[in-house]
Design a protein around this ligand. Structure first.
Ligand SMILES: NC(=O)c1ccc[n+]([C@@H]2O[C@H](COP(=O)([O-])OP(=O)(O)OC[C@H]3O[C@@H](n4cnc5c(N)ncnc54)[C@H](OP(=O)(O)O)[C@@H]3O)[C@@H](O)[C@H]2O)c1
Length: 240
């Protein structure tokens, strides 16, 4: 199976991993629509991906999702990489605020549920949905209990949807640390040190690049006999 002449929708495709998936799919001859919620990222993506149709969608809002997919019409593959980092990130249980903890699920989990729901009426039966979680699902640390639960929930959502939506295939990519803008919140010196500390014990002792994570999404779109799978792109982090 090839991505040539396929129509691929990437929610979260205006930056980071999603943008790298868009670049890879364009190289294979696909037509790509990317969507996200902020004017700044949409503007940046229009400049960085001139061959791509860039649209607004806020996955926290069902009406926005419904309108977005109605505007897209029939298509082949949905990639969901939308993510935000809410206030509950790194909060230990004693300090955990319930509303902040619930908000962790809004984009990455409930956004994925809503995107799947409104995409399916327009998805071709030969198509696929690829979601995104993260290695925090498998390597919890102090302060990540709710993030670990949220990422794990995405993996189980993937399996549930794969059974429910067949023959549409549903898979997920589980990245380890990938060098995207997300890390820019940490000042440059501290960032490099933090990345080194996080990755020095890995078999591939460095952070991953967005295009390396993108390969997993490209495979899962092409892999016509693969469904209900979680593909880790973690530099071998699962082994240590
Ligand atoms: N980078 C890593 O190290 C890493 C590691 C493990 C897992 N992940 C996961 O991989 C996914 C992508 O991460 P990334 O590093 O590529 O992040 P990123 O560069 O920040 O990309 C996130 C994308 O999501 C979009 N988005 C955020 N809120 C949205 C909303 N309400 N509606 C629609 N789109 C929304 C953003 O655009 P707008 O702001 O314009 O909406 C942006 O396009 C995330 O789920 C993240 O948790 C990343």
């Amino acid at each position: 199976m090839t991505l040539r002449d396929r129509l691929i929708v990437i929610i979260g495709g205006t930056s980071g991993i999603g943008r790298a998936v868009a670049e890879g799919a364009l190289r294979e001859g696909a037509t790509v629509i990317v969507g996200s919620s902020s004017a700044a990222k949409i503007e940046a993506a229009r400049k960085a991906l001139p061959a791509t149709d860039v649209r607004t969608v806020d996955v926290r809002n069902e009406e926005s999702l419904k309108e977005f997919f109605a505007g897209v019409g029939a298509f082949d593959h949905l990639v969901f990489t939308a993510g935000d980092w809410g206030p509950a990130r790194g909060m230990t249980l004693d300090a955990l605020d319930r509303a902040a903890a619930e908000s962790l699920f809004a984009v990455r989990f409930w956004g994925a549920v809503g995107a799947a729901k409104y995409a399916v009426p327009h998805l071709r039966e030969t198509g696929s949905i690829t979601l995104t979680d993260g290695m925090v699902a498998h390597r919890p640390r102090k302060g990540t209990a709710v993030s670990t639960a949220m990422a794990g929930a995405i993996e189980h959502l993937t399996r549930g949807l794969a059974a429910e939506l067949a023959p549409i295939r549903v898979n997920a990519v589980c990245p380890g640390a990938i060098r995207t803008d997300v890390w820019n919140a940490i000042p440059e010196d501290a960032r490099e040190e933090r990345m080194r500390a996080m990755t020095k014990h890995l078999p591939i002792a460095r952070v991953g690049e967005p295009k390396e994570a993108a390969e997993a999404y490209l495979y899962l779109m092409r892999g016509g006999y693969t469904t209900g799978q979680i593909l880790r792109v973690d530099g071998g982090g699962s082994l240590v």
